[in-house]
Design a protein around this ligand. Structure first.
Ligand SMILES: NC(=O)C1=CN([C@@H]2O[C@H](COP(=O)(O)OP(=O)(O)OC[C@H]3O[C@@H](n4cnc5c(N)ncnc54)[C@H](O)[C@@H]3O)[C@@H](O)[C@H]2O)C=CC1
Ligand SMILES: O=C([O-])CC(=O)C(=O)O
Length: 328
């Protein structure tokens, strides 16, 4: 990674994920304990005051690595020279809102942000989209940043990945560190497919250590619907765990995956595993020298194939919908 300060732009900085995320970035968890950080907070104008409040608290943390905090409601200012962009702010679905309305409202956010990244971000910009619908928002931003290499636009499925590891570890009564090579395939939505056929627990195939009914009827729906369960329990969507997963995604991207393991990230497809080229879909990925690569050559059985195809089909429909709206 770059020596010297790294400029990190966080959008939706005054929101609940932002509140959990900024302090972890300031304390060195995003990039490394020896990497100084300059923070840029992007918010909509009415939320600037709340962002100021968060910036005051960041100052009060006296973080040794935090060199500056700047706040703006202008993407061209907030992304100027950015090395890492965490696109968290998005338009949530409200009552009575159709999917097309949701995609259109998010187009109004991610189109100008992609264009601003294209114009003013640093040459090594890495973008993680957290705001939902994350995969398709990433596609919109990417479409408006033609000068930025396409693979720099990614979307977050690391929370799903972490949830799947946690559920499996609890089921088998093993530490989370015993689980390797877990994969989330597809969309960050209820159609996502958490794959235990390639995952390993203490070196043995995970799917062989649980019964099929649990895998199919409990594990997959629990992971896929965990976001809704958190909303139901907490009265608000996952914030600290989402922030933690965003930290994990970027840390891995920058610092690499461990030998003999991989992680999950939504990255532009190169056509692997029957996922149409260009769709930003979750895959098993390794990271090295600041680049994600799709793990090649895995055998996909009929059970997995059906579920991967269903989630990828949903991504295709979202892409067609934003195309139809002229957003990409
Ligand atoms: N990919 C994933 O695994 C997860 C994604 N999410 C998504 O993350 C997003 C943020 O969640 P929360 O922080 O809980 O929401 P929140 O509503 O607390 O905060 C969102 C913030 O974004 C700001 N914002 C809206 N439009 C903006 C724009 N154009 N530029 C800059 N800021 C803007 C709002 O003012 C608000 O402060 C949501 O879309 C949520 O669905 C949440 C959990 C997990
Ligand atoms: O639906 C939401 O806003 C929250 C979400 O994505 C998740 O927790 O996975």
């Amino acid at each position: 990674m770059v020596q010297g300060p790294v400029t990190v732009t966080v959008t939706g900085a005054a929101g609940q994920i932002g509140y959990a995320l900024l302090f972890r970035i300031a304390s060195g968890h995003l990039l490394g304990a020896d990497v100084p950080v300059k923070l840029r907070l992007l918010e909509i104008t009415p939320a600037l005051k709340a962002a100021e409040g968060t910036a005051m608290e960041l100052a009060d943390g006296a973080f040794p690595l935090l060199q500056s905090v700047d706040i703006s409601d202008d993407p061209r200012v907030a992304f100027d020279g950015a090395n890492v962009a965490l696109l968290v702010g998005a338009r949530p679905r409200t009552k009575g809102m159709e999917r097309g309305d949701l995609l259109e409202a998010n187009g109004g956010i991610f189109k100008p942000q992609g264009a601003a990244i294209n114009e003013v971000a640093a040459d090594d910009i890495k973008v993680l989209v957290v705001g939902n619908p994350a995969n398709t928002n990433a596609l919109i931003a990417q479409a408006h940043a033609p000068d930025v290499p396409a693979e720099r636009f990614t979307a977050m499925t690391r929370l799903d990945h972490n949830r799947a590891i946690s559920q499996l570890a609890a089921k088998l009564d093993v530490p989370v560190t015993a689980i390797k090579k877990l994969t989330i395939w597809g969309n960050h939505s209820a159609t996502q497919y958490p794959d235990l056929f390639h995952a390993e627990v203490n070196g043995k195939v995970a799917a062989e250590q649980v019964d099929e009914a649990w895998l199919r009827d409990t594990f997959i729906p629990t992971v896929a619907k965990r976001g809704a369960a958190i909303i139901e329990a907490r009265g608000a969507s996952s914030a600290a765990s989402a922030a933690s997963a965003a930290i994990d995604h970027v840390f891995t991207w920058v610092n690499g995956t461990a030998e003999g393991d991989w992680t999950s990230a939504a990255i532009p497809s190169d056509g692997s595993y029957g996922v149409p080229e260009g769709l930003i879909s979750s895959f098993p990925v390794t990271a090295k020298d600041g680049k994600f690569s799709i793990v090649p050559g895995l055998e996909i059985d009929a059970f997995s194939r059906e579920r991967i195809d269903a989630s990828v089909a949903e991504l295709g429909e979202e892409r067609d919908a934003v195309r139809g709206l002229g957003l990409i």
